[in-house]
Write a protein that binds this ligand. Structure first.
Ligand code: DP6
Length: 409
């Protein structure tokens, strides 16, 4: 076995507060509207990827959560091709002496998530962002990478930056201007807290790629949304984030999630991502806010039933208690709240009565408590590598908390 060139990196999940839904070009993954997201902290949710190159490798290979997958997948091929093209361009343009031997080498890619690949937990975004970022390190590519990650999965382009990120839809036919940009870094709004309420660990019914195709073909609400609603909301949301106006941020977030799910219902045949637990979370948030006469929490839902809640640090312990009260977990079911510590408070009878919902036992299996976090980074610790000296997946790939396999869609 010849010497390996190995790099390991990690990348974050992102949650859109202005949703991307619908493409104007399927292969290049060009969207019909811009979108905006918050990058979640990698201490709680991340993808880790190791890429190795060696003269000894006979073919490109990929393993996801320890299981070998089909490397000929078109979106994976797009990312590999683009990175190799940029590496070649760099060598030809500016540095002919660059050690380019590895350019002709095959790659082994191994990727794992530190969170269960439950419905709608955006594993493809973190996965493709991590893949592209790691390949770029291996091949010495220093270019803008969001346009490449976008060709793996649209939402992945936003995971290349930390904090608050927008994906500008762009105008050009070749997609060169359809890129992600940071709006504010993760340090901008330290009081902002995020809760992922894991409602169901089932795989989502209709994947986002095919779901949005049907929506583009059949929903006139989606057309109206993309043309008339989102452009204004992008401006308002950017301003709300810049001035840390929680009420404005939260209202826009809820309205945009609701409109996205309305376009799913307007799709023919209709698509349902929310279930009865999701609907109860929606009622709970509105009743909680109504009780205080101000917007203290908001929700957003992607292509699955899990809720993502945004709130401010000062309201977090009480809101978590509210969730615990109306979705009582199994008593022996492990820790209900995982991730960042949440303090304990007692709930007032007055608040419980004001919310006035029938409790749904075990409706939520657990909560991941997190905050906004940074973009991808190189993992220097060699013990974290996922490929052994033989270039094959090692023990680190057998993650204890990854019951499902994240296939690249
Ligand atoms: C509802 O990025 O998963 O999460 O581009 O086809 O891979 P493809 O779709 P994907 O869609 C994400 C849709 C969403 C909204 C969002 O993240 O903006």
């Amino acid at each position: 076995m010849d010497k390996l060139n190995v790099v390991t990196c990690s990348a974050p999940v992102n949650i859109a507060v202005i949703k991307y839904w619908g493409k104007r070009h399927e292969e290049l993954i060009l969207p019909i509207n811009s979108s905006l997201s918050v990058t979640l902290h990698q201490d709680q949710m991340k993808t880790t990827t190791t890429v190795a190159t060696s003269r000894s490798f006979l073919e490109d290979r990929i393993w996801l959560n320890g299981v070998e997958e089909d490397v000929t997948h078109p979106r994976l091929q797009s990312c590999l091709r683009e990175i190799r093209r940029l590496a070649r361009k760099r060598r030809n343009d500016c540095d002919p002496n660059l050690d380019s031997t590895s350019l002709s080498h095959k790659v082994h890619i191994c990727s794992v998530n530190n969170f269960p690949t439950a419905a709608g937990l955006a594993s493809s975004a973190a996965g493709f962002a991590c893949l592209v970022y790691t390949l770029a390190q291996v091949f010495g590519v220093e270019a803008e990478l969001s346009g490449i990650a976008r060709q793996g999965s649209g939402s992945a382009c936003r995971s290349l930056y930390g904090g608050f990120v927008r994906w500008i839809m762009g105008q050009k036919e070749d997609g060169m201007d359809s890129l992600a940009q940071q709006v504010e870094p993760e340090t901008h709004w330290p009081e902002l807290r995020i809760l992922v309420l894991v409602v169901s660990a089932d795989k989502k019914a209709v994947g986002s790629t095919s779901g949005m195709q049907t929506s583009v073909q059949t929903s006139c609400l989606l057309k109206h949304r993309a043309e008339s609603v989102v452009p204004e909301r992008m401006v308002e949301m950017t301003a709300a984030i810049r001035r840390k106006d929680f009420a404005a941020f939260a209202e826009l977030t809820m309205k945009d999630s609701n409109q996205f799910h309305a376009t799913c219902l307007d799709t023919y045949p209709p698509i349902f991502y929310l279930n009865h637990v999701s609907q109860k979370v929606i009622s709970l948030v509105h009743r909680y806010n109504r009780h205080y006469g101000e917007t203290r929490a908001c929700y957003t839902f992607d292509a699955g039933p899990n809720a993502v809640i945004f709130t401010l640090q000062q309201h977090l312990p009480e809101f978590v208690q509210v969730v615990h009260n109306f979705f009582p977990p199994e008593t022996n079911g492990g820790r209900f709240v995982q991730g960042l510590l949440v303090g304990h408070v007692a709930l007032s009878e007055e608040l419980k009565q004001a919310i006035d919902l029938e409790p749904t036992p075990k409706g939520i299996s657990y909560i991941i408590s997190t905050k906004a976090g940074p973009g991808p980074c190189v993992v220097d610790d060699p013990t974290q590598q996922l490929l052994g000296s033989d270039g094959l997946p090692n023990i680190n790939c057998l993650m204890p908390c990854s019951p499902g396999i994240t296939k690249i869609k």
